[in-house]
Design a protein around this ligand. Sequence first.
Ligand code: LLP
Length: 392
Amino acid sequence: MPLTVSPSSLVDHSTPCYYYDIALLDATLKEVRKHGLDKGYHVHFALKANHEPYLLKKIRQAGLGADCVSGGEVQQALDNDFKPDQIAFAGVGKSDQEINLGLESSIFCFNVESLQELSVINEIAKKKQTKAPVALRLNPNIPVKTHKYIATGLNENKFGINDEELILVLEALPNLSCIEFLGIHFHIGSQINHLEPFIELAQKTNKYVEQIEAAGFTIKVLNMGGGYGINYIEPDAEPIPNFKAFFNVFDTHLNRRSDQEIHFELGRSIIAQSGSLISRVLFIKERSKKTFAIIDAGMTELIRPALYQATHQIERIDSHENTSNTYQNYDVVGPICESSDSFAQNYLLPVLQRGDLLAIRSAGAYGQVMKSNYNLRPDFPVIYSDKISDQP
Ligand code: LLP
């Protein structure tokens, strides 16, 4: 499924801009329903991947809940009509104000990352004469092959409660009268393209359930987090991630009881392939050993290549202006005053000229949300495929 935007609908559009393919998002959500929700799994969309109201509406209408990591995201979920009992609130450093917001909004669950956080939430709930619903975020020490900045499930990472701390937490829990213990939560990392770490996670979860229930607690909620990866190299070969294979891992390896709810927090796998950053070529700079294509989008619009050396497919959106089909290697770079402001090196593209439009693909997750106004860059427009005729 190549980019479904027609060049003529974009030629007059101001760039850079984000473009979302709504038909692809709908088709993706259908797969999540078929292989996840219809099997009784609860899926929360991770707002950190994207929090555009129009996209959130589609996602909520498909039956997903919200996974939030800040008071701002909890508020965004509420403002976009997610029901409080569909909202999970994770995060390694929740402020008192954010905890208050979660309690006052009666959210489904706080995913708690330390004994100290648990005590603070207990105290705040006591003052409000309420109980805080809590799942313990455990750090299962599972290695994943991903960029080191987005691996979260190892002992060396700041996230979660490790096995030694868990013993202390279980000792303390009975004395925390304003904590309602729901279960356990994990999130082992992001952009995980192999199923093995998820198999290991399911198997470790079974052991944690045994250990915690043997200590006298009942686990009602098992939250497996997110992290399922997408194909950045060839987005058209795999526009929708294989959700059947992903959920099958948990069908097969998790000892699931009928009195337990299984939750997931997927972000990237739901929205990444639906989004593209559209940019225009400003200048071509020829050097003896390379050619730069200087485009009007930069790390301020999509920071992933600069921050994680991430690869995004780049394609020329053909227009009548330039239909050349000879190819050349380019370093595709942005206008920001940093050498890290580069989208690709030695990247083969049809010969480019000033004014050509490029699509930087798979940018729907962690694209728009990570924008900045560095260099006093202005905000950019957003286009939805199903509303394109309404827009300038
Ligand atoms: N749950 C928790 C607790 C998380 O921390 C995350 C992502 C998710 C769920 C959703 O993970 P996903 O399904 O999207 O992999 N900015 C980085 C990714 C950071 C992910 C942070 N946590 C990037 O651009 O690759």
